[in-house]
Design a protein around this ligand. Structure first.
Ligand code: UN1
Length: 511
């Protein structure tokens, strides 16, 4: 079974020589002497998208030095002024939205509406954070003593390292960069190697918006070299990392050596629970978008569908019927439902899981690499559905691809038990018309995010984002939580009594 509509991938802007990008350090684009290079590639057609410096540990150290040097001036720049620069970056990003959205699609493979969405999420967050420049609230708290004033202020941490994944190649960097900058930190940004062009274009926008030299630096290269050098550098105080759980664990352990604040956003195995009273057509659209949007390559992707037995056969029939008409192909074509997966490695890993699934579960739909014609130039997979009991590896491990495990359950309690019995806890969803059950699910589901009557994807930037269990280490990004991620709280006591007052001691007699 294959998708009904086959669309050839276009080879836009194919050129023999890729556009070359340097590192951005101390306000200058530089190519270190003798630098090795790597290229990024369009996963739909093999086109080269850009050429980048394979940075070294010395390059990372230089970027950190530039960030450390710029820190004081940036910290002392009034936060509303920092916010104004962000607003200008947002304005420029709006003007560049179409082009940048296309770059996202060309370099990463998500369909063009989602490429634009990635950029829009960046714009939304930068604007939100620009406003934070006029808040950055602290607290005022009463003192136990007379003529004494107590308050807290937020201060930047210093140099922060932002290490980002390829699946949201503009949005996730901006979640980190905009929050870090408005709070007064200076940044070294290391993008995923597969989407370095998107990273470079984002940096160029901040540069044009007037971010001073050294405040934002950009170093491309591998995680093992550049990433580790950043994490190990004693001048880097906070590491903000989004990626897989295995790498996240390594980052955490490395960062622990320097007693750093390490912020981790890791995997998910996000369930949609479909109860017997759900609005099935509504759920159908949601499950399709949640499972196969971004070719399933979101941390928030719907990778498990937990269905009540009373609607199981009906809903699976509806789902497979829709997939028959689900066009997989050129992500730049607005009629395409699902583009390629992001890379050969991704394709390989997903196909291995599909082979595993064929052994341990029942393949219900898809299950193959798409071949022939334009498909041969890219990494196209069929949207794939397995019917599986709970407990198989495909039903518990993060696949990060267009593979949905469907699990039949007999009750709400069983659905929640299954939903919670995985190592991750990022996003979750329940479709039901029973308001009591919806609220119970909000309480019962072990996840950082719960949707009611909506799929597991599509978080909005003004709310905190993150998860429980192995999805992270307790932090949240985006929303107001982003300010916490990148600031230290300073507690201030101002004693204007002109005498020594002793807390806990004098307060006993102060009345
Ligand atoms: C991710 O996949 O890591 O909620 C981020 C969503 C998007 C962000 C996903 N707004 O699906």
């Amino acid at each position: 079974m294959g998708p009904a509509v086959v669309r050839p991938a276009s080879v836009n802007g194919m050129s023999s020589k890729a556009e070359e990008f340097g590192l951005y350090i101390g306000g200058k684009w530089v190519t270190p002497r003798g630098a090795k290079r790597f290229t990024t590639m369009n996963p739909a057609n093999g086109e080269t998208v850009g050429s980048f410096v394979a940075g070294t540990a010395a390059d990372a150290a230089e970027a950190v030095a530039a960030a450390a040097k710029a820190f004081r001036g940036w910290k002392e720049t009034p936060a509303p002024k920092r916010g104004e620069i962000l607003l200008e970056a947002a304005r420029r990003m709006k003007l560049a939205k179409e082009e940048l959205g296309r770059t996202v699609t060309r370099e990463m493979g998500k369909v063009i509406s989602e490429g634009r969405g990635d950029v829009q999420e960046s714009i939304d967050f930068i604007e939100y954070m620009a406003g934070e420049g006029r808040r950055l609230f602290g607290e005022t708290v009463p003192s136990e003593l007379r003529s004494k004033f107590c308050l807290t202020v937020r201060q930047p941490k210093g140099v922060v390292a932002c290490i980002t994944p390829w699946n949201f190649p503009t949005a996730i960097p901006n979640w980190k960069i905009a929050a870090a900058l408005v709070t007064g930190n200076t940044v070294v940004f290391k993008p995923a190697s597969g989407t370095a062009r998107c990273g470079a274009e984002v940096v160029k926008i901040y540069e044009a918006a007037g971010v001073p030299p050294g405040v934002l630096n950009f170093v491309t290269g591998s995680g093992g070299v550049v990433g580790n050098a950043l994490i190990d550098d004693p001048r880097v105080r906070t590491v903000s990392f989004t990626g897989g759980v295995a790498t996240g664990r390594e980052v955490y352990v490395r960062g622990a050596q320097g007693l750093k604040m390490v912020h981790l956003e890791l995997g998910g195995k996000n369930p949609v629970i479909l109860m017997e009273d759900a609005d099935l057509p509504l759920a159908l659209d949601g499950v399709l978008f949640g499972a196969f949007g971004t070719s399933g390559q979101r941390c928030t992707a719907t990778s498990r569908l937990i269905v009540h037995e009373r609607v199981y056969d009906q809903f699976l029939g509806m789902l497979t019927a829709r997939l028959e008409k689900f066009p997989v192909g050129d992500p730049l074509d607005p009629a395409t439902g699902m583009g390629p997966v992001a890379s050969r490695d991704q394709e390989q890993k997903i196909l291995e899981y599909i082979e595993l699934g064929k052994k341990e579960a029942k393949l219900r739909y898809g299950g193959h690499k798409l071949t022939g014609g334009a498909y041969d130039r890219g990494f196209f997979l069929e949207p794939t559905i397995f019917e599986t009991p709970h407990g198989t590896r495909i039903s518990k491990e993060e696949i990060f691809g267009p593979v949905l495990s469907v699990i039949k359950v007999a009750s709400y309690d069983e659905a929640v038990r299954v939903a919670n019995d995985v190592e991750y806890g990022l996003s979750s969803s329940i479709y039901t018309r029973d308001v009591n059950r919806a609220f119970r699910a909000i309480q019962d589901l072990e996840a950082g995010i719960t949707y009611v009557n909506a799929p597991t994807i599509g978080a909005e930037v003004q709310l905190p984002f993150g998860g429980v269990k192995n999805t992270g280490n307790g932090g949240r990004e985006a929303g107001s939580a982003a300010v916490e991620e990148f600031t230290e709280i300073k507690t201030v006591f101002v004693d204007f009594s002109s005498k020594l007052q002793k807390a806990q001691i004098d307060s006993e007699t102060a009345a």
